[in-house]
Design a protein around this ligand. Structure first.
Ligand SMILES: NC(=O)c1ccc[n+]([C@@H]2O[C@H](COP(=O)([O-])OP(=O)(O)OC[C@H]3O[C@@H](n4cnc5c(N)ncnc54)[C@H](O)[C@@H]3O)[C@@H](O)[C@H]2O)c1
Length: 262
């Protein structure tokens, strides 16, 4: 690849987050992608079309790669187990293994809030996601941080716990630098107006780009960060990301409350 910029591979590069990151990170990295689908005709990102569950098929995409952002997966929380197993679990293991075999230095894994989703059965999180703030002050309660036990809420959530555990293993055993992002809600409309839960869980596109960029450029070994904006009613911790990599989100879902649809 041209120039002296590092070579960044984005898996799932045709998806919502992959497309946004490919465009935003092009000035810092030589970006390439792989996805099981053909890239859109207008895409300028060199893309390997391969199924992540086939290790041999994805290996060429990792040649000469310095860093990986691993997004490829079925993203809906309701994804049935056979698809979770193939597209989330097997694909994620293959991506870590291809990274190891090709000497990749750093990998950013798109984990999810669903790795700890059952905290939303507990108060005050249960009330906050329902939009009931009575008797509560923003931040006047213990936020869910990177050190809590995992509490997946679905087979999808289990696959994200698997990806974090695999990242820990490849980091400690092989020296791969790994950042796992428990992403909240990133949506195409880039606003939290579709659900009151998003008042707590929203991650704006620009905050997402900043967070991933810092995960790629700041010193780290193995970390778990929450991927949310600086939402007034957030119940996940962003202080750890601020401390370790200087994450400084610019957006707050609260600024959209008067446009909330439900
Ligand atoms: N959008 C969110 O709010 C959110 C929240 C938490 C976590 N995440 C995670 O972030 C990642 C990206 O999410 P997104 O919203 O961009 O999803 P998306 O569905 O828009 O993109 C996922 C991409 O992965 C590709 N893919 C799926 N299976 C594949 C396979 N076997 N091999 C190769 N490519 C495959 C798809 O073709 C698609 O282009 C996912 O891992 C998702 O679980 C997203």
């Amino acid at each position: 690849m041209p120039g002296d910029k590092a070579n960044l591979l984005i898996t799932g590069s045709n998806g919502l987050i992959g497309t946004t990151l490919s465009q935003a990170l092009g000035s810092l990295f030589n970006v390439s992608g792989f996805d099981v689908t053909d890239p859109p005709a207008e895409s300028t990102v060199p893309t390997t079309v391969a199924d992540g569950s086939d290790l041999d098929a994805i290996m060429p995409a990792f040649k000469g790669i310095d860093a990986v952002v691993h997004l490829a997966a079925n993203a809906p929380v309701e994804t049935p187990w056979p698809d979770v197993l193939k597209n989330n679990i097997a694909t994620t293991h293959n991506v870590y293994e291809a990274a190891r075999q090709n000497g990749v230095k750093r990998l950013v894994f798109a984990s999810s809030n669903h790795a700890v989703g059952l905290f939303e059965n507990d108060e005050p999180y249960k009330s906050i996601v329902a939009g009931n703030y009575s008797g509560l002050e923003p931040g006047g309660f213990t936020r869910v941080d990177n050190a809590v036990p995992v509490r997946p809420d679905s087979d999808y959530g289990i696959s994200k716990v698997f990806g974090e555990a695999t990242g820990r293993y490849y980091s400690e055993r092989f020296g791969l630098e790994v950042a796992c992002l428990r992403i909240g809600t990133v949506n195409p409309i880039n606003s939290p107006v579709q659900s009151v839960r998003h008042m707590a869980t929203w991650l704006s596109h620009r905050d997402m780009v900043q967070l991933v960029e810092k995960c790629l450029t700041e010193p780290l070994k193995f970390e778990i960060f929450y991927g949310i904006s600086n939402n007034t009613w957030r119940f996940w911790d962003i202080e750890h990301g601020a401390k370790v990599i200087g994450y400084a989100p610019e957006d707050d879902a609260e600024n959209w409350r008067d446009q909330l649809e439900s």
